[in-house]
Write a protein of this length. Structure first.
Length: 341
C-alpha cells in the first residue's frame, strides 16, 4: 500500500511540473490580449460632439467599415455623433474605467492628463496640417502617448484627424485683438483654449458646441470660434455675420480608448485598429481641407462676410498665453526637434 501511494505521489509531482512548464510561456505582444480565433465579437462605441453631417463623421463610418472587413466582422465600431453618449469628458472617464467607448478628443483635453500635450492646441503653434503632423509623429509626442497609457490608462489610436484652422465668428467685424474686448466668445473649456482666447482679447465662455446656435439666438454669447467644417454644418451662418479669418488654432484631433478595453482585444485586432485609424484619418484630412474651401464659399453665399485681420497683431497678443500656461520652453524644444523656426 505504501509503495502504491509513493508511485501516485511521484506521478502527481510530475504532472505539476509539466503543467507549470507548459503554462510558463507567454504569447508575443500584449500578454493580456485574447487570441484572435476566440470567436468573440467585440464592439467599440465611437463618440463625438460633431453632428451627422460633419465630414469627419463620414471618416468614422469608413473606419468602422474597414475594421469590420479586416477582422471578418469580429470587431465592430458603432458611431454616435452629436454627443449622444454624453460630454467628451464623461466619455473619457468611462473609457478609463474600461467601458468599450472611444472618443474624439484634442490636445487641450488631453492636457488634463499629460500637461505637455496641450501645446498642440496653442495659438499659432503650427502653420497647417503638415506642420502639426510633424509634431504628432515626433519622439516627444510618442513619449506623451506612452505616459497616457502608463499613468492614466488612456490609449491613443491616432492623433492625425485634422479639422482645419479655427477663426472667430462674430456679428461685428474683428480686424485686431482690441476689437474682441468685451465680447463673450464660446470656446472649449480646457485652459489651453480659454487662456488663448483671453490673451487675444475676448472673454472665453465654455459650453458644448451643440449649444452654440441656441446661445447665439438667446444672446448668451456674442460669438464663437471654430473651424469651417463645424461652422457650416451647424448652420451658424444663420446667426452670425462675420468670419474673422484669424486661423489662430490648427485643430488636430485624436481618437482615444481606455487601455483596459484595448487589452481585451486580440493582438491582431489591436494592430488592425491602430493602423486603420491612422490611415483613414490621413485620408479624411485631405477631404476636410478640400471641403473647408468649399464651405467658406457657401457661407459667403449665405450672407457671411470674410474679414481679413492683422495676423501679426493676433500672434503677438496670443503669445502671452505661452507664458501663462508655461509652454514657451517646450515650444522651443519641439521646434528644435521638428526643424521649425
Amino acid at each position: 500500500m505504501k509503495k502504491f501511494l509513493s508511485v501516485v505521489l511521484v506521478l502527481a509531482m510530475v504532472l505539476v511540473v509539466m503543467t507549470g512548464c507548459s503554462g510558463g510561456s507567454k504569447p508575443e505582444g500584449n500578454e493580456n490580449s485574447a487570441p484572435a480565433d476566440d470567436g468573440k465579437v467585440y464592439t467599440l462605441k465611437m463618440s463625438t460632439q460633431l453632428n451627422e453631417t460633419h465630414p469627419m463623421v463620414d471618416g468614422f463610418k469608413e473606419l468602422a467599415k474597414r475594421v469590420e472587413e479586416k477582422t471578418n466582422g469580429k470587431l465592430k465600431i458603432e458611431v454616435y455623433p452629436s454627443a449622444q453618449l454624453g460630454s467628451d469628458e464623461d466619455v473619457i472617464e468611462q473609457a478609463i474605467q474600461g467601458v468599450n467607448v472611444a472618443v474624439l478628443t484634442d490636445g487641450g483635453r488631453m492636457a488634463n492628463y499629460v500637461k505637455e500635450m496641450g501645446i498642440i492646441g496653442m495659438p499659432y503653434f503650427a502653420d497647417g496640417y503638415d506642420d502639426i503632423l510633424k509634431v504628432t509623429q515626433s519622439d516627444i509626442f510618442k513619449e506623451w502617448e506612452d505616459q497616457l497609457v502608463k499613468e492614466d490608462g488612456i490609449r491613443v489610436l491616432s492623433f492625425n484627424w485634422y479639422d482645419g484652422a479655427r477663426h472667430f465668428l462674430t456679428n461685428k467685424p474683428v480686424t485686431k485683438p482690441a476689437d474682441l474686448n468685451g465680447l463673450r466668445i464660446r470656446t472649449p473649456g480646457a485652459p489651453v483654449w480659454s487662456e488663448s482666447i483671453k490673451a487675444m482679447g475676448a472673454t472665453p465662455v465654455s459650453m458644448p458646441w451643440t449649444e452654440v446656435y441656441q446661445a447665439m439666438q438667446q444672446k448668451a454669447i456674442d460669438g464663437a470660434e471654430g473651424q469651417y467644417t463645424a461652422t457650416y454644418t451647424s448652420r451658424l451662418y444663420e446667426v452670425l455675420k462675420y468670419i474673422d479669418k484669424t486661423s489662430h488654432f490648427q485643430l488636430v484631433n485624436g481618437i482615444i480608448v481606455g487601455e483596459k478595453w484595448f487589452d481585451t482585444l486580440p493582438e491582431e485586432y489591436q494592430k488592425i485598429l491602430l493602423e486603420e485609424t491612422k490611415a483613414v484619418a490621413a485620408e479624411n484630412a485631405q477631404l476636410v481641407m478640400k471641403l473647408s474651401d468649399e464651405y467658406e464659399k457657401k457661407m459667403v453665399e449665405k450672407g457671411m462676410k470674410v474679414v481679413n485681420v492683422d495676423i501679426n497683431a493676433f500672434k503677438a497678443a496670443a503669445d502671452k498665453a505661452y507664458d501663462v500656461l508655461g509652454y514657451r520652453e517646450l515650444r522651443e524644444k519641439i521646434y528644435a526637434e521638428i526643424g521649425k523656426k
